[in-house]
Design a protein around this ligand. Structure first.
Ligand SMILES: Cc1ncc(COP(=O)(O)O)c(C=O)c1O
Length: 442
């Protein structure tokens, strides 16, 4: 094994087989192939090609597909072999500082020792059996203690699945079908606009813009007595006016509808108990996942018992929903967040994220590159480029110099970024990459 359990390197990983160069030397690769990358791009390209042959798009997570990472050319490191803290080692044996943190699913750091030990102990004790494990009860109790709306919990594996469960609960408890929604909730039919979703399903959902009280009122009014739920992602690119959330609460109360907050990104990041604990607006249901288990697969629908009891009148279940590996990770994450010694991890995420975004903004200004800005809340910030070619160029140059930034979506801070030398290195790489982009475009 090339890494010991907690990511300290013992010996180089065996590299993937070196491909026949004639197979990978197309124009696109040659155009961006850095002259001094030690052959990393050749190895990366080998893995991209192998991946594209057996996995549609090259990977099962849409935002990690090569085209999603770097733009249509898709050229750049796309696969990794191990990760530790906020570092990952690519298939081309390059070490990158990761500013994407697995789409925000990791807020402590990759391979965190306490989390990993807890998971291993759970696996060794047999993580599934013919009965539910006591850990499921313990973790549910702990979530109910820290999340304002949580009186009961149903565990599932992914955010999309948990959001579908929340919609089902809202529909069963109200006996109605219509949904008013603002946000991204995963790939499942009720919320997706993708091909293959029956029009009859899509028609039940009205989309409203973020933070717009008038639009929310109009949509709720149009749904009338058919409204089952207002479903909101409380932070989208910026913090909301609390008046918007308060109005959503009041409208649901008046309509007899269920208010749902999707706290997949905000829970355990903006605040442990989600944005509801910041805004002081308590939804009826909420969904948590991502940072809750530091990258392990588990999501939770939580909420008022009066709505959660609808679970007994429908069928929401999964064979491995209560497996204890991921639940043990939640235990360990909660231990870390509630430890007296470490301060509030969410404050650290805001401080570190703020520091990174400020250094990237300074690099943009110093380089003179135009048409790009740094936006978003500190713990989940993003770059917006006017020209996608400039964006691709920047991302490729930054990766070449050792930092992975996210294309078209959030970069997420982690506790593992909280190191002065590392922050200076991110600053140096951002600066170098933007200067090179400026030279390219001059
Ligand atoms: C707010 C929100 N809800 C739901 C989801 C879907 O979660 P998953 O990808 O685990 O299905 C995501 C994923 O990014 C999300 O950000």
């Amino acid at each position: 094994m090339a890494f010991n359990l907690f990511g300290k390197r013992k010996e180089a990983a065996p590299p993937p087989p070196v491909p026949d160069e004639s197979e990978v030397e197309d124009d696109e690769v040659a155009e961006v192939l850095p002259e001094d990358d030690g052959g990393a791009e050749v190895l990366d390209a080998e893995w991209r090609d192998r991946a594209l042959a057996v996995l549609p798009g090259g990977t099962s997570t849409g935002s990690k597909q090569p085209a999603a990472l770097y733009g249509p050319s898709g050229v750049g490191p796309s696969h990794y072999v191990r990760a530790s803290g906020c570092h990952l080692v690519t298939a081309g044996d390059q070490t990158l500082i990761d500013c994407t943190m697995a789409l925000g699913s990791v807020a402590i750091g990759y391979g965190d020792e306490a989390v990993t030990r807890a998971v291993i102990a759970a696996l060794a004790a047999g993580q599934v059996a013919g009965l539910a494990h006591v850990t499921e009860v313990e973790v549910a109790e702990r979530l109910c203690a820290v999340i304002p709306c949580a009186e009961q919990v149903r565990f599932l594996k992914t955010g999309g699945e948990a959001m579908s469960a929340a919609i089902r609960l809202a529909r069963v408890s109200t006996g109605r079908d219509r949904i008013v929604a603002c946000g991204y909730f995963g790939w499942q039919d009720w919320s997706s606009e993708g091909a293959g979703v029956p029009a009859a399903v899509s028609r039940l959902v009205t989309r409203v813009p973020f933070n717009d009280i008038a639009a929310l009122e109009a949509a709720v009014s149009a749904a009338g007595r058919e409204l089952a739920a207002v479903v909101i992602e409380p932070v989208i690119e910026r913090y909301p006016d609390h008046a918007w959330l308060e109005r959503a609460r009041a409208l649901c109360d008046a309509a007899g509808a269920v208010l749902v907050f999707d706290e997949m990104k905000t829970g355990f990041r903006v605040a442990l108990g989600g944005y509801q604990s910041v805004a002081g607006v308590t939804p009826d249901l909420a969904v948590f996942g991502k940072a809750m288990a530091n990258g392990f697969p588990v999501a939770a629908v939580v909420g008022r018992s009066a709505v959660m009891e609808a679970a007994g009148r429908t069928w929401i279940t999964s064979t491995t929903a209560g497996e204890t590996g991921a639940l043990a990770a939640v235990h360990a994450v909660l231990d870390r967040y509630q430890s007296e010694d470490d301060g509030d991890p969410c404050e650290v995420l805001a401080r570190v994220g703020g520091r990174i975004r400020e250094s990237v903004a300074a690099a943009i200004t110093a380089s003179g590159v135009e048409g790009v800005e740094v936006l978003g809340p500190d713990p989940m910030w993003f770059l917006r480029f006017e020209d996608p070619h400039v964006e691709t160029r920047f991302l490729q140059r930054a990766a070449h110099h050792g930092v992975l930034f996210k294309r078209g979506a959030y970069n997420y801070a982690a506790l593992a970024h909280d190191d002065e030398d590392l922050l200076l290195e991110i600053e140096r790489v951002a600066s170098t990459a933007f200067v090179e982009v400026a030279e390219d475009t001059a």
